[in-house]
Structure formats: structure tokens, C-alpha cells
Unconditional design. Structure first.
Length: 214
């Protein structure tokens, strides 16, 4: 899903960079002091796991690639705001150090993988969790990566620098990741189940309800 430079024109790249910066700034404000001494190692472990998994790419038609993203997994364990910051850091390091994804389109890639997949995946997890956390983790991983792929297809299809039309890019990215996303959903669910059994203290908790003053 890492889009290289030259596939998204500059106006679109600037637009999605601005959207990414605004969303991540909001996430940083919401996180606040959420990273405690006991939680910091978990952030590092999740970031390292997502980083390693994202390095395994396989090409799909249309000039981009498919791979395990881990956005939904990060959101489930860390919460959506911290998860978004975690995945955004991974995507940025991959682009800056390893050339995985372009620098001009870094904002677009961050938007797809660290924002859309993380927040959509988390929303799906919360909706499905009452029917089973394993099912919820699978659905979050599967549909989260599909949503991220569709936004990548939208960016490519709207770009004047790309040769395929919008419906073509949406079909290629959407259908391709809808199928390959089953793998991400399965990995997300299996790893989550293992962690839930081995370290039940890492299981996600719902956000605290706002206090109501008397």
C-alpha cells in the first residue's frame, strides 16, 4: 500500500499531508499523558512488530503493493489515537530510511495506513466486540486494511499523474485488499487471542466516561 513518488500529483499530496498533520496533531493532544512507564514498552513492541510486518511487500497491479499493515492491531492494543501515532511513525521511518513509499506522498501514505486503517479498524472492533473479541479483531483487521486501500485507490484515481481512472484504481485496490485482507484479519485475530490469553493485562479497555460534576 506504500505509494511511490510520481503517482499522486502535488496538489493531492499536499492536501493529504495537511489532513494527516491535522489528524495526528489532534491524536497527540488526545493522548496527552497516556504513555505511562508501564505502557511505554508496549508501544515500542507494537511499533517494532508493525515495522517488521510492513517490510514484507508483494506487488499488485497498478503500481502499489499489498502487505500486512497492523493498523487495526495497533488501535486495539493502544487505542486509536496512540495507535495512529505509532503506525505513522513506522510509515515515516520506512519512507525516510528504507525508501518504502515516496517522500512527497508520505502524507498520503500516512493517511491511508495510520489514520484510515487505524480509526476504521478501531470503530469496527468496538462495534463487533459485543459479539466476540476474536471476531471483532478479525473484522477490524480485514475491513480496516480494505478501507485504507480504498483511500489509496481514491488518491491514485483522482491524480492527474496516474494513468488509470478512478473506478479502475478503486476496483484494483479495493478487491485486491478485500481478498488479501482476510490474511490481515486472521493474523490480527490470532495474535490478539494469543496476547489476550498470555497477557490479559494488555487487553484493551474502553475509554473512560467523562466525569459529570454535581
Amino acid at each position: 500500500m506504500h505509494i511511490p513518488d510520481g503517482f499522486v500529483d502535488l496538489p493531492l499530496a499536499v492536501l493529504f499531508a495537511a489532513l494527516s498533520v491535522a489528524t495526528l496533531s489532534y491524536a497527540a493532544r488526545r493522548v496527552g499523558g497516556e504513555i505511562s512507564d508501564t505502557r511505554a514498552p508496549l508501544v515500542g513492541v507494537v511499533a517494532a512488530g508493525v515495522f517488521a510486518a510492513q517490510m514484507l511487500n508483494w506487488p499488485i497491479p497498478g503500481g502499489t503493493s499489498a502487505h500486512f499493515v497492523g493498523g487495526a492491531f495497533a488501535a486495539i492494543l493502544l487505542g486509536p489515537h496512540l495507535g495512529a501515532l505509532c503506525v505513522a511513525t513506522v510509515v515515516a521511518v520506512q519512507a525516510l530510511v528504507f525508501g518504502d513509499g515516496g517522500l512527497v506522498v508520505l502524507g498520503a501514505n500516512v493517511f491511508n495506513m495510520a489514520i484510515v486503517e487505524v480509526y476504521v479498524g478501531y470503530a469496527i472492533y468496538r462495534m463487533v466486540a459485543p459479539y466476540g473479541e476474536f471476531r471483532a479483531a478479525f473484522a477490524a483487521g480485514w475491513l480496516g486494511i480494505t478501507a485504507g486501500a480504498l483511500t489509496a485507490g481514491l488518491q491514485l484515481g483522482l491524480s492527474s499523474a496516474f494513468q488509470y481512472e478512478l473506478l479502475t484504481t478503486l476496483a484494483i485496490m479495493g478487491v485486491g485488499h478485500l481478498v488479501l485482507g482476510l490474511i490481515e484479519g486472521a493474523i490480527t485475530a490470532v495474535v490478539y487471542r494469543y496476547l489476550a490469553q498470555a497477557r490479559p493485562d494488555l487487553r484493551p479497555t474502553t475509554a473512560p466516561e467523562p466525569e459529570v460534576s454535581a
